[in-house]
Design a protein around this ligand. Structure first.
Ligand SMILES: [Zn+2]
Length: 243
């Protein structure tokens, strides 16, 4: 994770600044990163104490962060023992995708109408980073670059609350899921097409591509090793346009 950030640092990206004011906020961000990266997974009960030791902080900020994350539904507190990661169910995933379609897709359409052409290089470099991570089958590195890519695009609008909200939605779709992308290579082909459409200012194409891109989360879900049985026979709340 650390070296991915370093590598991305060379790109001199102006990343959306998630305000990190306190130790609690910082601790929460670290736990969130671990959840998104799949370093904390559904199943085991984690203790506050062992996580605090690992992060080299006192139990208080960890307890507060866990409480906040449990309020979001990402974690579940196990009384007197610690916490567990909540596995995201199909309905929650559909809701998440619905919200991202409302927010993230339209944000990108807006970005395509006003982005500075000079910014293209930043996104080309992130695509290269994802390419290399895909070839190395380094999922965490891919994920870090993918997050920077997608949130970086949204952040071009300079609407920090929107960027933060979309960031939270993206992260929570990763939490409690099997952290294995079915196909990093084809995912990255879509990033190429998306960047082309964004910098051409083709809002309709951006919308079409981004809806299809989001829809792949559902495919990833059904490709889970357990066969995604829980979603059998469950109709999604919405269907993307055919493409
Ligand atoms: Zn992507």
């Amino acid at each position: 994770m650390a070296d991915a950030t370093e590598r991305l640092g060379e790109v001199s990206l102006e990343l959306p600044k998630l305000t990190v004011h306190s130790l609690r906020d910082r601790t929460e961000e670290i736990i969130r990163d671990r959840l998104v990266a799949g370093a904390l997974v559904p199943g085991p009960t984690y203790t506050i104490r062992s996580l605090a030791d690992e992060l080299d902080v006192s139990p208080t900020p960890v307890r507060e962060a866990v409480q906040r994350l449990s309020g979001e539904g990402a974690l579940e507190i196990v009384r007197n023992r610690g916490f567990r990661v909540v596995e995201m169910d199909t309905e929650a995933l559909e809701e998440n995708l619905f919200m991202r379609r409302l927010l993230e897709v339209e944000a990108l359409v807006e970005v395509s109408s006003r982005i500075d052409p000079d910014r293209r290089e930043v996104y080309e470099r992130l695509i290269d980073e994802m390419e290399q991570a895909g070839q190395a089958e380094d999922y965490q590195r891919y994920l870090a670059a993918s997050r920077t890519f997608h949130l970086g695009l949204v952040a071009e609008l300079a609407m920090p609350k929107l960027t933060e909200m979309i960031g939270r939605l993206r992260d929570s779709a990763r939490i409690g899921r099997v952290t294995r992308e079915t196909n990093m290579v084809s995912g990255n082909r879509e990033h190429h097409a998306l960047v082309d459409a964004v910098f051409r200012g083709d809002g309709d194409e951006v919308r079409r591509l981004m809806i299809a891109h989001l829809d792949h989360h559902r495919h990833e879900w059904s490709d889970r090793p357990d066969g995604g049985e829980s979603r059998e026979g469950t109709a999604p709340l919405w269907r993307p346009r055919p493409h």
